[in-house]
Design a protein around this ligand. Structure first.
Ligand SMILES: CC(C)(COP(=O)(O)OP(=O)(O)OC[C@H]1O[C@@H](n2cnc3c(N)ncnc32)[C@H](O)[C@@H]1OP(=O)(O)O)[C@@H](O)C(=O)NCCC(=O)NCCS
Length: 167
């Protein structure tokens, strides 16, 4: 019934962008052109749009960004997850989107990283994401009010560094 569509930003069509903005607008009330500007200014061609389809209709969205992180002085290519949102809350769309996306991250053998509000940690935890302690994290953007979660990194570590853009 559900299907995950993963589209490279380089290949996105205006029609699909409109679908994405329709979903994002439910969660974040910016104008269509503000959403469009954000996407074009913040996503790179190597990033991906992920749409959860239910009977060929997009019902939830997130984006995947290609990032580099350093864990205890070792560099890793990783996947950052951002802008998670659903067309209608409480219908299981978010759950399905995270289940399939986490599977995608694992299948691609990548470490996953996300930033979220404290109240959503339980939601992500159910799909195998683990919270990090603040003292483990070193990022270049303001991260005072957000939590960081990681998946597919099986070892204990003391320090993660991420110098890239916020996502
Ligand atoms: C977060 C969000 C994507 C969840 O999607 P959803 O379609 O409502 O989620 P589901 O219906 O699949 O619910 C999944 C579970 O998460 C819980 N949950 C959903 N939203 C929650 C919230 N805001 N706070 C706490 N728990 C939440 C649900 O109760 C449910 O719990 P269950 O598994 O015990 O039944 C959706 O609420 C949303 O679009 N929020 C606005 C945008 C946002 O804040 N995104 C997060 C950016 S970090």
């Amino acid at each position: 019934m559900f299907e995950l569509k993963v589209i490279p930003h380089a290949e996105i069509t205006t029609e699909t962008l409109n679908e994405i903005i329709r979903i994002k607008s439910v969660a974040w009330s910016y104008s269509h052109s503000e959403h469009m500007d954000w996407i074009n200014n913040n996503l790179k061609n190597t990033d991906f749009h992920v749409l959860l389809q239910k009977e060929n209709k997009a019902v939830a969205y997130l984006n995947l960004v290609t990032i580099e992180i350093t864990i205890d002085k070792v560099n890793h290519q990783a996947i950052g997850i951002g802008n998670v949102c659903s067309l209608e809350k409480g219908k299981g769309y978010g759950k399905e989107l995270m289940k399939l996306t986490t599977h995608y991250v694992l299948q691609n053998n990548k470490i996953g990283l996300l930033f979220c509000k404290k109240k959503l940690m339980g939601f992500y935890r159910k799909h195998g994401w683990k919270p990090m302690e603040r003292k483990q994290l070193n990022v270049t953007f303001e991260s005072f009010n957000i939590e960081t979660m990681i998946t597919n990194y099986k070892h204990n570590f003391s320090h993660l560094r991420y110098d890239g853009r916020a996502f």
